[in-house]
Write a protein that binds this ligand. Structure first.
Ligand code: NDP
Length: 448
């Protein structure tokens, strides 16, 4: 419950204006409630409209994307780019191609991205983009035509010093490659205009792995505080895309046991531990149909149910699929099944009610997305640096820098917990640490 009158007014105004933007309101409310004690102490904020400036994107760009399928039929989709904040540098954040995207999802992602980027310590503002287009069932040629049309419009609003998009759900190396090709046709070679590029096209080694690996590096730091480690722990991990798959690989590499995984078709439970070779074969050669896994490993079980509704005893949960994938009932179930730690790989994967359940459980410790999944954007920042210097760092060099960045983010969260007497509430700590930086920046920029 919000208590500070200024915060209540800001939030109520947003509710009145954007009544249907559920995800955006949810993200803003969680943030405002975390920073409430700081706002309470600083009576000057209201006159300067600091909070309003913090929650309102600098610019919202919406454009149509016409493209033609293989049968010659023309389709129209919508593209978005939300440029939330340039206080710390060029707007930076991924592009999502998915059917349930809308302005609310984009605004929440761009808002969160601003604070996440601030935590990395790198010079990046916050933004996010999307299209209500799914690559599922489309041919390579259709995807290329869509990406070219999308970039024809987006190129008017980005460049390496203004706004630097990357990938997200539905946008991987292939899509970034097509978009980068089109960008060059329109505006000439500009290495740093997109990140997450294929390595051959001046992408950074280690970018593909960065979010999943970074998540595990943050988790390691968090476990270390409790004198625990990844090795021998039992994991449940949702999402078999960029984030989930790389997290799975890192966990296995560190000696953890991945018991259950999932994608949008269902979930797989293997009490002996997921066999990564078998899983990768399904993703590459069998249209991601997880039910096939049980043919080779009959002791495993497939279910169309959400992974979070299944009865699986484990130690650590890593939601790496999408927003609001864990609700309160599922949160209670996780705790009842022995899960003691959770780290958010996806953005806002837990509903507000699920977070309440976690926060009320005495021994449960969780890592918020803003801090724990910042590895992807951090290595995107490193890609921009390499592009600007016309240099290429080895995988090991990038990975080492990523480990340092993730451990620094954890330290910042830990120190903020100590300074504000937050116990192990790393979520509130991450919000406060990022807020302190952004407030100062708003004030030093004058009225912008
Ligand atoms: P991908 O598109 O690569 O993978 C997403 C995975 O989640 C797929 O396996 C997909 O299933 C599954 N999935 C999607 N929606 C649902 C759903 N409703 N229920 C169950 N499973 C679902 O995306 P990313 O891995 O890139 O992104 C995942 C999350 O991580 C997002 O929240 C994203 O914003 C966040 N993130 C990503 C970063 C990155 O660097 N890529 C950086 C920071 C955060 P299927 O394969 O069947 O479609």
């Amino acid at each position: 419950m919000l208590k500070n009158p200024y915060i209540i007014r800001v939030y109520n105004d947003l509710q009145t204006k954007f009544n249907e933007q559920i995800e955006y309101l949810q993200a803003v409310k969680e943030f405002l409630s975390a920073i409430e004690p700081l706002v309470e102490q600083d009576k000057g904020l209201e006159k300067e409209a600091i909070l309003e400036r913090m929650v309102t994107p600098e610019r919202i760009i919406k454009f149509r994307v016409p493209w033609q399928d293989d049968q010659g039929q023309v389709h129209i989709n919508w593209g978005y780019r939300i440029q939330h904040s340039s206080l710390l540098g060029p707007y930076k954040g991924g592009l999502r191609f998915d059917t349930p995207v809308n302005e609310s999802v984009m605004k929440f992602l761009a808002f969160e991205q601003t604070f996440k980027n601030a935590l990395t310590g790198l010079p990046m503002g916050g933004g996010k983009g999307s299209a209500d287009f799914s690559t599922r069932g489309k041919s390579d040629q259709e995807i290329m035509r869509f990406c070219q049309s999308y970039m024809t419009e987006l190129a008017k609003h980005i460049n390496e010093n203004l706004d630097v998009p990357a990938g997200d759900i539905g946008v991987g190396k292939r899509e970034i490659g097509y978009m980068y090709g089109q960008y060059k046709r329109l505006k000439g070679v500009e290495l740093g205009s997109l990140t997450g590029k294929p390595v051959l096209a001046n992408g950074s080694l280690g970018r593909e792995e960065a979010t999943g690996y970074g998540l595990i590096y943050f988790l390691q730091a968090m476990l270390n505080e409790e004198n625990e480690e990844v090795s021998q722990k039992r994991f449940i991990i949702s999402g078999l895309g960029n984030v989930g798959l790389n997290a799975i690989k890192k966990v296995i590499h560190l000696g953890g046991l991945v018991l259950a995984v999932s994608n949008s078709q269902g979930s797989l439970y293997d009490p002996q531990g997921i066999n990564i070779k078998c899983l990768e074969d399904i993703l590459v050669n069998h249209n991601k149909d997880l039910s096939i896994y049980t043919q080779e490993r009959p002791h495993a079980s497939f279910s169309k149910d959400s992974i979070w509704s299944r009865q699986i005893e484990a130690d650590i949960a890593l939601p790496c699929a999408t927003q609001n994938e864990i609700n309160a009932e599922q949160a209670r179930k996780l705790i009842a099944n022995g899960v003691r730690f959770l780290a958010e790989g996806a953005n806002m994967p837990c509903t507000s009610e699920a977070i309440e359940v976690f926060n009320q459980s005495k021994d449960f410790i969780w890592a918020p997305a803003k801090a724990a999944n910042a590895g992807g954007v951090a290595v995107s920042g490193l890609e921009m640096s390499q592009n600007a210097m016309r240099l290429k760092w080895s995988f090991e060099e990038v990975d080492e820098k990523l480990q340092t960045i993730m451990s620094d983010i954890f330290t910042r969260c830990k120190e903020t917990c100590l300074a504000f007497d937050l116990g192990k509430n790393y979520a509130v700590a991450a919000d406060i640490a990022a807020y302190q930086k952004i407030v100062q920046l708003i004030q030093m920029h004058g009225l912008v």
